[in-house]
Design a protein around this ligand. Structure first.
Ligand code: HEM
Length: 539
């Protein structure tokens, strides 16, 4: 298939039908009545009080009063773009998912990049993880790959997510700091929760101040499954690698840009697409056979661990091209609703306890963010394939269902939406036939407790300049922490176990005694490189 330069993808065509062009049209109320005067409200005399009967004034003000919807609880600030995914080949030996089943097959996508901590109006270039969420509008339904630009997460279990976010967000008494992690509650939590050490050191690295959203990697973070038509499953990690290279700002630039142009990243993305300089990423997977599930010294279900590329190289499957800016930020970028639970036949989850919690959280929050259970009917969220079922009614329903019966089986309407057996071509979704035989427990597998080997591997694989940037980032951030015991705990109980040199440099910059030895014994990493570090080029 030739690249879709005119962008007449299925999703673009679908969205066209919702667009409204008001050029040259008469001004009307929402009930269609033409408006004669849009400048003066109805009054009792030219100097008298306004009249309640002025339905034109009331409708206009009422609608305005309700223009804002709640921002996302996390990842509130974002920017989006349309594009397409193209499969490099027929990957049906790996997965029966149609969007990967044919060489050159193109699938429309919408991507939203975001920061995590700050509100909708915060600056783009703050030190933070970046969200990298892709909605694939496949012919078999929507697949959402809701990832980040760093490969690991701060916690291992979804039950800690509300605690983590309460610690990261601005402090409740004064709503400070906006868009940054340099404050007591964040460092208090992460120093008491050593499982965060790996994600925190990535957040203190140059990866957390990208030069451009076009120059970031993306990671699915969790282990997922791909399943082929024969029912053979492989574990996979999803990785996006930008053809633009991986580029970062330096901290001084990032801070100045945050003041001078808080929209730096969204402007860069929008302008680059406008100029026809379409950003591209290669989509790859690290593939792990089922029988190798336990052959690593970490658990592949642990989202605070990477799978080093030296152990499992990346297999490229396709590419992503972003080639069209949204027409309307609110309708598209703000109303899009991603959920890691949106998958299609040929994919499945793993038992990563963070992923399992995420499967529930997104749709749940969207019920309040987008006003009830019908947000799948909002144009940007609708699949490109037709969908029929017996779900009915609720707030903001737009579909007009015909017929009398909304249940199956029924003998009234002469036919209802039918199940599709999974074995059929274009078959129905079937969960992977995984055997589970276990006691119900609240515990994690043993290797989840090794919190420092991989941060050490990451730190050791960086250049001296990158290591210095990390020391400076910790020192800057901890310099804003008011409580001495929190600063000391980060240095003594976290950094000393990652690298004594790093702990010493940060201690010196903070004016506290340098730790003499680690508090726990951490195995020395046997590998030289951490995942995908070869991608990094400093500007
Ligand atoms: C957004 C929950 C972990 C990536 C969100 C939202 C919630 C949430 C409630 C707002 C969704 C909305 O309003 O539409 C959680 C929970 C997590 C978790 C409970 C852990 C238990 C992660 C991880 C990643 C991630 C590990 C990356 C792999 C994102 C992204 C968005 C997001 C990219 C923004 C999506 C968009 O652009 O609309 N998350 N999250 N989250 N989350 Fe998570």
């Amino acid at each position: 298939t030739a690249p879709d330069k005119k962008n007449t993808t299925a999703k673009t065509r679908d969205l066209e039908s919702y667009k409204s062009d008001a050029t040259g049209q008469p001004l009307r109320t929402n009930q269609g009545v033409k408006i004669a005067d849009n400048k003066n409200s109805l009054r009792a005399g030219s100097r008298g009080p306004s009249l309640l009967e002025d339905f034109i004034l009331r409708e206009k003000i009422t609608h305005f009063d309700h223009e804002r919807i709640p921002e996302r609880i996390v990842h509130a600030r974002g920017v989006g773009a349309h594009g397409y995914f193209e499969s490099y080949a027929d990957h049906s030996s790996l997965t029966k998912a149609g969007f990967l089943g044919e060489k050159g097959k193109q699938t429309p996508v919408f991507v939203r990049f975001s920061t995590v901590q700050g509100p909708r109006g915060s600056a783009d270039t703050v030190r933070d993880v970046r969200g990298f969420a892709i909605k694939f509008y496949t012919e078999e339904g929507n697949f959402d790959l809701v990832g980040n630009n760093i490969p690991v997460f701060f916690i291992q279990d979804a039950i800690k997510f509300p605690d983590f976010v309460h610690a990261v967000k601005p402090e409740p008494h004064n709503e400070i700091p906006t868009g940054a992690s340099a404050h007591d509650t964040f460092w208090d939590f992460v120093s008491l929760q050593p499982e965060s050490a790996h994600a925190v050191i990535w957040a203190m690295s140059d990866r957390a101040i990208p030069r451009s959203l076009r120059a970031m990697q993306g990671f699915g973070v969790h282990t997922f499954r791909l399943i082929n038509a024969k029912g053979v499953a492989k574990f996979v990690k999803f990785i996006w690698t930008p053809k633009q290279g991986v580029l970062s700002l330096v901290w001084d630039e990032a801070q100045k840009i945050a003041g001078k142009d808080p929209d730096f990243h969204r402007r860069d993305l929008g302008e680059s697409i406008e100029l026809g300089n379409y950003p591209e990423w290669e989509f790859g997977v690290q593939i792990i056979d089922e029988q190798d599930e336990h052959s690593f010294d970490f658990d592949i279900l642990d989202p605070t661990k990477i799978v080093p590329e030296e152990l499992v190289p990346i297999t490229p499957l396709g590419k992503l091209v972003l080639n069209r800016n949204p027409d309307n930020f609110f309708a598209e970028t703000e109303q899009i609703a991603f959920c890691p639970g949106h998958i299609v036949p040929g994919l499945d989850f793993s038992n990563d306890p963070l992923l399992q919690g995420r499967l529930f959280s997104y749709t749940d929050t969207q019920l309040s963010r987008l006003g009830g259970p019908n947000f799948h009917e909002i144009p940007i969220n609708k699949p490109v394939c037709p969908f029929h079922n017996n779900q009915r009614d609720a707030l903001h329903r737009t579909t007009i269902h015909k017929g009398q019966a909304a249940y199956e089986p029924n003998s009234i309407d002469g036919g209802w939406p039918q199940e599709t057996p999974p074995a059929a071509k274009d078959g129905g979704f079937e969960s992977y036939y995984e055997r589970i035989d276990a006691h119900k427990v609240r515990e994690r597998s043993a290797s989840f407790k090794d919190h420092f080997s991989q941060p050490r591997l990451f730190y050791k694989s960086l250049s001296a300049t990158e290591q210095l940037h990390i020391a400076e980032a910790y020192s800057f951030e901890l310099g804003k922490v008011k409580r001495q015991h929190i600063r000391e705990r980060v240095v003594n109980e976290i950094l000393s176990n990652i690298d004594l040199g790093l702990a010493g440099t940060v201690a010196q910059k903070l004016g506290i005694p340098a730790p003499k030895k680690p508090t726990i014994k951490v195995p020395e990493p046997s590998l030289k490189q951490s995942s995908a570090l070869s991608q990094m080029k400093l500007t």
